[in-house]
Write a protein that binds this ligand. Structure first.
Ligand code: HEC
Length: 223
């Protein structure tokens, strides 16, 4: 039942934002045609952009949203900005805590705006660049679109997309940061979602002893 619910929810989101979907698809195509070495050079400044040898191929490849330090910093700022919630108290980082691998330690369910409880336990955010579907049921197919679910959920950030964009456009510092990356003009939906996705996509766990073991560079120790 939940799977159907999320598929419907994802479907509704896609329908409601079809212009965005088309735009993202187009920018993806344009991005994919950018020179690979340029993308690789810019990516060096951003964490989580290397392909670990024991991981499958990236789904959200670097060319789809070429990583660079300025966009990563902007995405990080958006992730931690509570003004993206209706009452200005909840950010993505309220529920996804860095010190707990971007989950919410000690909370079975986490509070959104007005202390309303979300309906599921907060998962850790890691290695999302390598994932096809998101949420417990895998019903949201696309990292950039995923953020629309918590943003607009009445139990989480309760923020219509248009209001989020209005708040960003009213902030001189955001205007400056977005314009430096995407050029002059009002901050729009693809810019907002792609900057945010750039930060979320960087959260990678590929350097643990388990990873080294999987990559063949560390042996199990007999206890
Ligand atoms: C009120 C708490 C809360 C807030 C705020 C919140 N999240 Fe989440 N997040 C969750 C929960 C709970 C889930 C699991 C939902 C599910 O599986 O249906 C989740 C799932 C996710 C996932 C999917 C993880 C996976 O493994 O599939 C991503 C990515 C994510 N959130 C990013 C964000 C971003 C970006 C923001 C801000 C725009 C955000 N979250 C805000 C609670 C929150």
């Amino acid at each position: 039942m939940w799977r159907t619910f999320y598929l419907l929810r994802a479907g509704r989101l896609l329908l409601a934002h079809w212009r965005l979907v088309v735009l993202l698809a187009l920018t993806g195509v344009v991005g994919a045609s950018a020179g690979c070495s340029r993308v690789a050079d810019m990516a060096l400044a951003v964490p989580g952009t290397e392909q670990p040898s024991n991981f499958p191929s990236m789904v959200y490849g670097l060319a789809k949203n070429p990583p660079d330090a300025a966009t990563f910093a902007l995405g990080r700022r958006l992730f931690y900005d509570p003004r993206l919630s209706s009452d200005g108290t909840v950010s993505c980082g309220s529920c996804h805590r860095a010190e707990a691998a971007f989950s919410h330690e000690g909370h079975r369910l986490s509070p959104g705006v007005g202390s309303r409880l979300a309906t599921r336990n907060v998962p850790a955010l890691q290695n999302l660049r390598w994932r096809q579907g998101f949420m417990a049921d895998g019903g949201v197919l696309g990292l950039e679109l995923q953020a629309l679910a918590p943003l607009t959920s009445p139990l989480e950030m309760n923020m219509p997309l248009a209001n989020a964009l209005a708040r960003l456009n009213a902030d001189a510092e955001y205007q400056r940061q977005f314009a430096a990356i995407y050029g002059p003009g009002p901050i729009d939906t693809p810019q907002f979602l792609r900057a945010l996705a750039q930060f979320v996509a960087s959260l990678t766990s590929a350097n643990s002893r388990y990873d080294h073991y999987r990559a063949g560079s560390e042996r199990l120790i007999d206890l």
